[in-house]
Design a protein around this ligand. Sequence first.
Ligand code: MG
Length: 166
Amino acid sequence: MTVVTRPLVRVGQGWDLHRLVAGGPLRLAGIDIAHDRGAKGHSDGDVVLHALTDAVLGAVGAGDIGSHFPDTDPRWKGADSAVFLEEAVRVIRDRGFDIGNVDVNVLLERPKLAPHREAMRRRLAGILGVTEDCVSLKAKTNEGLGEIGSGDALAAMAVVGLVYTD
Ligand code: MG
């Protein structure tokens, strides 16, 4: 019998939701999108970066965004959430892993994200330190249903695959 002491591939998932309130821009995947509403949050409220941070940390069992960056800490008030994701990537690299790929779904009624998709992928690739072909970002509406459908909230879900490189 072969005993695998360290998996070569690991997977993590993350999810986040924020309220949308009057006043833009909308911060998403590390870029500002012109919109009449923005995400309410202790930090910049970037659901894509928050979901990705939880996915990356989760892949190595390193807790979650709340345990690393508590929203009671004034240091993170209005913070650029890229800092959170960069720290999560540092944690997994310290353990010998690298990002294989990420796949993100954004649930948002409006605005349409298609015109911003490539800029968002580029920004995510930069934060993660990978090439753009390792980054997928998709967007869906909630068909007008619930708080997301009424434009009062947006959410993101993320999956990340890690590969052991040490
Ligand atoms: Mg959040």
